[in-house]
Design a protein around this ligand. Structure first.
Ligand code: UDP
Length: 349
């Protein structure tokens, strides 16, 4: 939209049979299904919030997922509700004292991996019940082999606040996300069902400048080796109920259960429609051809990415963007801000 306003002609190439990438939502019987996993828009950045609100009205949804371990249910993120459910402690002082005592024999000064980081933050009980199993199935690796920053995404609070995010602004667009991208692409040519790599030469010849949002290693034909990603499999279930689990997101933290979470889509929009639609989310090893949902930002992959980035810097007619082009675990608002800054910098719009 911004480029069009600035007098540029754009052409969007999309491999799938629909627009909107992974924020694509599809209305099924009045329920907006998040086809590629739950997307909850949240940001601390007013510019990003205002930008998104131009295209849709956002509701008051606040993410407050539950974590299920065996038959026990806990509030997330880790907060006084969780500590109370786990140990019966009632005040912040009691909770702090309990955690401090618990982690005495585990504490390390500067945590080098996710396990050390998690135990430092919340102690071994919560680590074992709510973090270890979930994280190891999500990433397909042991917590000692994962970077600490992954767990820093989650707040730890000594208040009874079950809001998963710390950000000022949060919500779900009424009517789903697809309309936002439809409006952004209004009047712009889009070619669906088109694999960029199958028509690379011909497409590159059409454009002065290409913005590429696929995986950076594929763009360079995996010349320097393959980067690792984590994939997901989504299993949709239509169930005869108007309220299956009472919450939009329930995490299953035991490693033995093959899915990480069940999403009940209609709770994102406060509906109670029968039948309800659920998505079971299964983490999966990524292989070429699978959808790459998460970059694996460990040292080995970050180093390889840096090498690809040097190649990218030499490729002046192509800009790499997004989670896959930048190889970073970015949220939607990060992408909005980085894109706005990019357009300002390069096209003065
Ligand atoms: N996490 C966890 N237990 C949970 C939820 C999250 O241990 O019940 C950890 C896990 O390591 C996960 C990370 O926190 O990869 C980030 O979770 P988030 O919900 O932000 O992941 P996303 O929604 O991006 O998949």
């Amino acid at each position: 939209m911004k480029l069009k306003k600035g007098g540029k002609t754009s052409l969007v190439i999309e491999k799938r049979n629909h627009i909107a990438g992974n924020i694509y939502t599809k209305n099924e019987g009045g329920i907006n299904v998040h086809v590629y996993g739950a997307h909850i828009f949240h940001t601390d950045n007013k510019e990003a919030w205002d930008y998104m609100n131009q295209f849709a009205e956002f509701n008051r949804f606040t993410n407050a997922p539950l974590a299920r371990y065996k038959d026990e249910l806990y509030h997330l993120p880790f907060n006084m509700s969780t500590f109370n459910q786990m140990w019966g402690v009632k005040t912040p002082d009691e909770a702090r004292a309990y955690i401090e005592k618990q982690k005495e024999s585990y504490k390390v000064e500067s945590p080098k991996n996710l396990e050390e980081q998690a135990i430092n933050l919340v102690g071994p009980d919560i680590y074992k019940k709510l973090i270890k199993g979930y994280t190891e199935k999500q990433w397909g690796r042991n917590c000692v082999d994962l970077p600490a920053f992954i767990i820093k995404r989650l707040p730890v609070r000594y208040t009874y606040d079950n809001n998963y995010f710390n950000d000022q602004y949060q919500g779900i667009p009424k009517g789903g996300y697809t309309q936002i991208i439809e409006k952004l692409l209004n009047g712009i040519e889009v070619r669906l069902n088109t694999d960029f790599f199958e028509h690379k030469e011909e497409l590159m010849a059409l454009a002065n400048h290409v913005i590429y949002t696929g995986t950076i290693d594929q763009y360079f034909d995996y010349n320097l080796g393959k980067l690792d990603y984590r994939s997901l499999k989504f299993e949709k279930k239509v169930v005869n109920s108007n309220n299956f689990q009472g919450n939009a997101v329930v995490n299953y933290t035991r490693k033995e259960i093959p899915y990480t979470r069940i999403i009940e889509h209609q709770h994102f929009e406060f509906k109670q429609i029968n039948p309800t639609i659920l998505t079971y989310e299964y983490p999966k090893k990524w292989e070429v051809g699978d959808e790459p949902y998460y970059p694996i930002n460990d040292d080995k992959n970050n180093l390889l990415f840096k090498k690809y980035q040097s190649l990218a810097n030499e490729t002046s007619n192509v800009t790499f963007a997004g989670r896959l082009g930048w190889y970073r675990y970015l949220d939607m608002d990060d992408i909005v801000m980085q894109t706005l800054q990019f357009v300002k910098r390069h096209f003065n719009e």
